[in-house]
Design a protein around this ligand. Structure first.
Ligand SMILES: Cc1ncc(COP(=O)(O)O)c(C=O)c1O
Length: 370
């Protein structure tokens, strides 16, 4: 502990001092203010370009009239619905203020500060490292191979101190998938005390027939936690709703660590309505699939390298400092993610948008690349 109020001494513990800031996708409003542009598209944070289901919008409007009251802390309606959809018991579910909070809860609940360590890929979703560091755990990073999790090397990196292994499946920022067979093999190599966190934020977009299903392991009460979100295909990123599926004993401890009203009333209502609109999900996934193929074809034609994605974004090799490309696109009113902040300095990550947005992005990207 190094907390003291003396001005020349650190004001936080050593692990908090180690935290690196998270760099989110640039908001449209910020670009408007900075560049004075009006026609801006954001393809930077893997949101659904179609927006929420009309049913969810209607439910949000109705729910707004009730916000003087606290939400139901246990989210019972959403809980019952998800339990039915996934075929799990209601006490296997934990809700979070976005799946970010699920990851936070996992670290806060299961990591012994100063003792435990976590294993993750590099690069992968930034919040694993941030929450593990906040819980004062050591973070072991295992480089991707071919833009994909190297599960053998990750299993080799597990030690007596390892408590949590994170897998983003598909991975962010690469969009790559590890298959059922690969995950099963990996899981069987993990010592019993290690918890596998399978972050499936982009699960709905996966087209591969080898898409894993780890729910049977949760039902068998193995140390597996699956994380899902309403921020991606359900297009409710601004409302912050995510959830975990875990064996009831684990979910129970996470629920004790959770703030009592962490998922707001409007978010709960919207999530319930969105789950009821499977057609909106289907249309969103179909659009993503078709547009992904169109983007691939345009890039291939120009011999621009990219990574095949199972998600709603594509990682593109721009063969130069990605900040240059990012800035040029920004001046055209197109916000993407520069791989610089994602550990892939010569790549950009672009969210698959509407056909118009993608055409605009491709036109400007090809001009920049030429
Ligand atoms: C792999 C992955 N996990 C989790 C999240 C967090 O999403 P949210 O907190 O909006 O549910 C993201 C967001 O981009 C992500 O890419």
């Amino acid at each position: 502990m190094s907390m003291t109020l003396k001005s020349d001494a650190p004001i936080v513990t050593e692990n908090v001092a180690r935290l690196k800031p998270y760099h989110p996708g640039k908001p449209i409003e910020e670009v408007q203010r900075e560049l004075g542009l009006t026609d801006i598209i954001k393809l930077a944070s893997n949101e659904n370009p179609l927006g929420p289901s009309p049913k969810a919008l209607e439910a949000m409007q109705a729910a707004i009239n009730k916000v003087a009251l606290y939400p139901e802390g246990a989210a019972p309606v959403l809980r019952a619905m998800l339990a039915k959809i996934h075929g799990i018991s209601e006490d296997s579910l934990v809700f979070g203020n976005g799946s970010d909070e699920i990851l936070h809860l996992v670290c806060a609940t299961f990591l012994a500060p100063g003792k435990d360590s976590t294993v993750q890929a590099d690069p992968t979703f930034a919040m694993y490292e941030i929450y593990a560091t906040l819980a004062d755990a050591e973070v072991v990073k295992v480089p991707l191979v071919n833009y994909t999790h190297d599960l053998d090397a990750m299993a080799d990196a597990v030690t007596d101190k390892t408590r949590i292994v994170f897998i983003a499946n598909p991975n962010n920022p690469t969009g790559t998938l590890v298959t059922q067979r690969q995950v099963e093999r990996f899981l069987n190599r993990l010592p019993e005390r290690v918890i596998l966190v399978s972050d499936e934020a982009y699960d709905d977009y996966v087209e591969s027939p080898e898409k894993p299903n780890l729910l049977p392991f949760v039902k068998e009460r193995r140390n597996v936690i699956i994380s899902h979100t309403f921020s991606k295909v359900h297009a409710l990123a601004g409302l912050r709703v995510g959830y975990a599926m875990a064996p009831p004993a684990m979910a129970g401890y996470m629920n004790r660590a959770r703030s009592p009203f962490n998922v707001n009333l409007v978010g709960q209502a919207a999530a319930v309505a969105s789950l009821g609109d499977t057609e909106h999900v289907r249309v969103s996934v179909a659009l993503n699939s078709a547009e992904k193929r169109r983007i691939y074809a345009a890039l291939e034609k120009e011999h621009i390298q990219f990574v095949q994605s199972e998600a709603n974004f594509v990682l593109i090799d721009v063969e130069r400092d990605s900040r240059e490309v990012f800035d040029l696109l920004l001046r055209c009113g197109i916000i993407v993610r520069a791989g610089y902040a994602l550990g892939l300095p010569n790549h950009i990550r672009v969210t698959i948008g509407t056909p118009d947005q993608n055409t605009r992005f491709l036109t400007e990207l090809l001009a920049v690349m030429r």
